[in-house]
Ligand binder design. Structure first.
Ligand SMILES: [Zn+2]
Length: 266
């Protein structure tokens, strides 16, 4: 059978259209690439410094927290203060007189400012602290586990069994139920692209199903000691995995979110 040339043309066009659609679909679903300087900077910030900036920001509301934090986390006090004074006098960040500060250092401050604006972990009210009520936790990221066979890839937050656990952000339920180490666990794919892992729960919220959307503050379950935490005190193991599979230290974020939660109305 001879295919008419008009039909051939249509088929060829249809083929091209399908290829274009496939490429577009792949582009849309590719995990976001994150510049390599973003999380090393964010996780290097000391919670004490962030809290200091939060309080300074309260007394000088003309300053934006990210501007203050970018300056204080990058420059020594003597170089930063004249800039902060200008911000207090309502000079916009983009119009700062940098004085004798070398261009190279100006660029670093500006880069840190960009990171803090785009990756909103330290901005007020963007993320929630995952445990409701009194909690104890310390920075144990990277500590030995199983006699050095693996490293601790998160933060353990201790409280009583049954303490409510909530989602730190908006996202979708990606994992739900039992795994060997985590016990009863919930994995949320945040709208920011990162994977948030809540492990050793006593109970998972019965309302949760895979694929479901959750908001920041939505209940995920209650604290327990399931999985490899069977013989340890009740705690939530909380982890953050970047789209490239790298686990980062959640401790500085948690310390600041807890502070925000306690001082929301201050
Ligand atoms: Zn842990």
């Amino acid at each position: 059978m001879k295919i008419p040339s008009k039909l051939k043309r249509i088929l060829a066009q249809l083929g091209l259209l399908i290829i274009a659609a496939l490429i577009a679909w792949q582009e849309l679903h590719r995990p976001p690439t994150i510049p390599s300087d973003v999380y090393p900077y964010l996780t290097s910030l000391s919670p004490a410094l962030v809290k200091q900036c939060i309080n300074e920001n309260r007394t000088s509301p003309t300053i934006v927290l990210e501007e203050l934090l970018a300056i204080r986390s990058t420059l020594p006090e003597g170089e930063g203060l004249p800039l902060i004074d200008q911000l207090k006098g309502s000079v916009p960040f983009s119009d700062l007189d940098w004085g004798a500060i070398p261009q190279k250092n100006q660029k670093i401050v500006q880069r840190h400012w960009e990171i803090l604006r785009k990756y909103t972990y330290y901005q007020p009210g963007k993320y929630r602290f995952p445990v409701i009520g009194k909690t104890w936790f310390e920075d144990s990221f990277g500590a030995d586990r199983e006699g050095g066979k693996r490293r601790h890839e998160g933060t353990d937050l201790f409280s009583k069994e049954g303490t409510p656990i909530v989602s730190i952000c908006r996202g979708r339920v990606e994992q739900l139920g039992w795994n060997r180490l985590g016990g009863e666990r919930v994995g949320i794919r945040g709208d920011d692209g990162n994977y948030y892992y809540y492990a050793h729960l006593q109970y998972i919220s019965p309302a949760l199903v895979k694929g479901q959307q959750v908001q920041a503050g939505d209940p995920l379950g209650t604290m327990g000691h399931t999985g490899d935490a069977l013989t340890t005190p009740d705690h939530l193991h909380f982890g953050i995995e970047l789209p490239n599979g790298q686990w980062i230290n959640p401790y500085p974020f948690l310390a600041v979110w807890q502070y925000w939660g306690e001082h929301r109305d201050a």
